[in-house]
Design a protein around this ligand. Structure first.
Ligand code: BYC
Ligand code: FE
Ligand code: FE
Length: 472
């Protein structure tokens, strides 16, 4: 069961050949997917051979196989984490009952909505990253970009499988729609705003994989607690892939900071731009932007939707079973940061309605850990500068702070004050133009662009000067 069958048209570990109808439906979706990949996926990649990892089993040990793969021949498939015998629902009003193997009729709409929202983000990210290979700072980076792209493509497959297998005709329609909405399309945009933003350069890509893929980690973790077992198992396996995406982000930003500090010291300057690097102020502005749009991805602070998802047992909290409480939460409270008398203020709220906020807080703490590691690097280099996450209220588009202006440290501002000061907090056109001016592709084996350090190690114990991408 854990072994993946690669002799089939759609590799899978869900015994797809036992269900001809489903197999046929997915085989009909497959060419549409490939057409989308060709048109909206990584540009001009179809003739490249890339050193990619492919899942060969879903066990925690040895699931990955590494080898050069011609990009469109990557074997996207359907992989669920192993079934847990006797798994129960661990929260909400069904706590203690057997996990569902089929969709409960009364929760069908909620589950479909969650799966569609999750599924929508996966191809969106591939679309957002479509042009980045053209300016990759090394073959190593280019390979990592492609690895992330094929896995996000597979995550789309994971959600499409659930839609086809468990939601009948409207599931099939939703699966089609996942290929017709597009990132940034004014008529048919992606569902969540952060997935309609541009990812114009590699600093943005590293920030994306650090901050936005981390939202993936937290949302997938919450969904992997679901009482709907196929969803839980799918998300569990997706999480194993997510770790690499966040690694690309964290080490990417680390390498930029490392190089910036080196350039500042070598050239005895406070401004890395004069030495062809990305200055720390610009890095801070990118953090401010990406972090704040990702906080929106957790939804409203006070959410009846989230309370319902929890009570029904369809979406849990991060590491639900490790939390020590009753897992029903009807009599618990939670401190939520809200706008009160014009100021961000902690307010005690019912825990059930604060589920989104709690997940956001878990995310904030996790995001901070990387920032601390980045600061340690700057400090070690003897440079007097500290990066930080902006205040939770800063630049928000969803929730209590949306429609109001705040400084990076959370002080309320008038619209005029914001207009006057925002250039010090979010990247300006000039900042983008400067970073863009550095984005020259490096395609020589073992070489890296001047603005970023080489990684500490290569992929799968290969050296940095390995042919991670072969051009024909
Ligand atoms: N943008 O009660 P609320 C990933 C809407 S990333 C636009 O708070 P809820 C990945 C909301 O739809 C992980 N609209 O909503 C990363 C609702 O609309 P209606 C993606 C938003 O449902 C990198 C209204 O506001 N997975 O995997 O509790 C690369 C009320 O809001 C937004 C998931 O998100 C927004 N940001 O919370 C590749 C998991 N936020 O009903 C991949 C599935 C809220 O009034 N999704 N609204 O019309 C969910 O769990 C929930 O839908 C959300 C929203 C947490 C996103
Ligand atoms: Fe994903
Ligand atoms: Fe990801």
């Amino acid at each position: 069961m854990n072994q993946i069958n690669y002799s089939e048209k759609i590799p899978n570990n869900v015994n797809l050949d036992d269900n001809r109808r489903l197999q046929r439906a997915l085989e009909q979706w497959q060419p549409n997917y490939l057409k989308w990949w060709e048109e909206m996926g990584p540009k001009d990649s179809s003739n490249l051979e890339v050193y990619l990892r492919t899942a060969i089993s879903v066990d925690s040990q040895g699931w990955a196989h590494f080898g050069h793969v011609k990009m469109p021949d990557y074997r996207w498939g359907i992989f669920l984490a192993p079934e847990e015998e006797g798994r129960k629902i661990n929260f909400g009003i069904h706590k203690g009952e057997d996990a569902w193997q089929e969709v409960p009729g009364e929760y069908r709409a909620d589950l479909r909505r969650l799966i569609v929202t999750q599924g929508d983000t996966e191809p969106a990210s591939v679309e957002q990253q479509r042009l980045l290979a053209q300016t990759a700072p090394s073959l190593y980076d280019r390979r990592n970009l492609y690895q992330v792209n094929v896995e996000e493509g597979r995550h789309l497959w994971a959600m499409v499988y659930l839609l086809h297998a468990y939601f009948g005709r409207d599931g099939r329609e939703e699966a089609e729609a996942l290929l017709t909405r597009h990132s940034g399309d004014p008529d048919k945009p992606r569902i969540l705003q952060a997935f309609n933003e541009d990812t114009p350069d590699w600093l943005a890509f590293y920030m994306f994989t650090y901050f936005q893929d981390r939202d993936g980690k937290y949302q997938l973790s919450a969904l992997s607690e679901s009482g709907f077992d196929p969803l839980a198992r799918t998300c569990k396996f997706m999480l194993t892939e997510e770790a690499h995406h966040m690694f690309v982000g964290e080490t990417g930003v680390t390498r930029v900071i490392q190089r910036t500090c080196e350039l500042m010291k070598e050239n005895k300057t406070d401004n890395a731009r004069t030495a062809g690097g990305i200055d720390l102020q610009t890095i801070q502005k990118y953090i401010n932007f990406h972090y704040s749009i990702c906080l929106d991805l957790f939804g409203q602070e006070i959410s009846t939707n989230a309370a319902n998802f929890y009570t029904e047992g369809v979406k849990g909290r991060f590491l639900e079973t490790k939390i020590e409480d009753d897992h029903v939460l009807t009599s618990d409270s939670y401190d939520v940061l809200e706008l009160k008398d014009g100021k961000p203020t902690l307010v005690e709220e019912p825990a059930l309605k604060s589920i989104n906020e709690r997940l956001r807080n878990d995310y904030i703490a996790d995001s901070q850990r990387g920032v601390d590691r980045w600061n340690a690097i700057i400090k070690k280099q003897g440079i007097d500068f500290e990066l930080s996450l902006p205040h939770q209220a800063f630049n928000r588009g969803i929730g209590t702070f949306a429609g109001h202006r705040f400084s990076n440290d959370g002080k309320p501002l008038s619209e005029a004050q914001w207009e006057q000061q925002k250039d010090q907090w979010v990247p300006t056109d000039e900042d983008f133009a400067y970073v863009a001016s550095l984005m020259k592709p490096v395609t020589e084996i073992g070489k890296v662009a001047n603005w970023v350090a080489k990684p500490a190690r290569g992929i799968n114990n290969q050296p940095f000067d390995f042919e991670y991408v072969r051009f024909d």
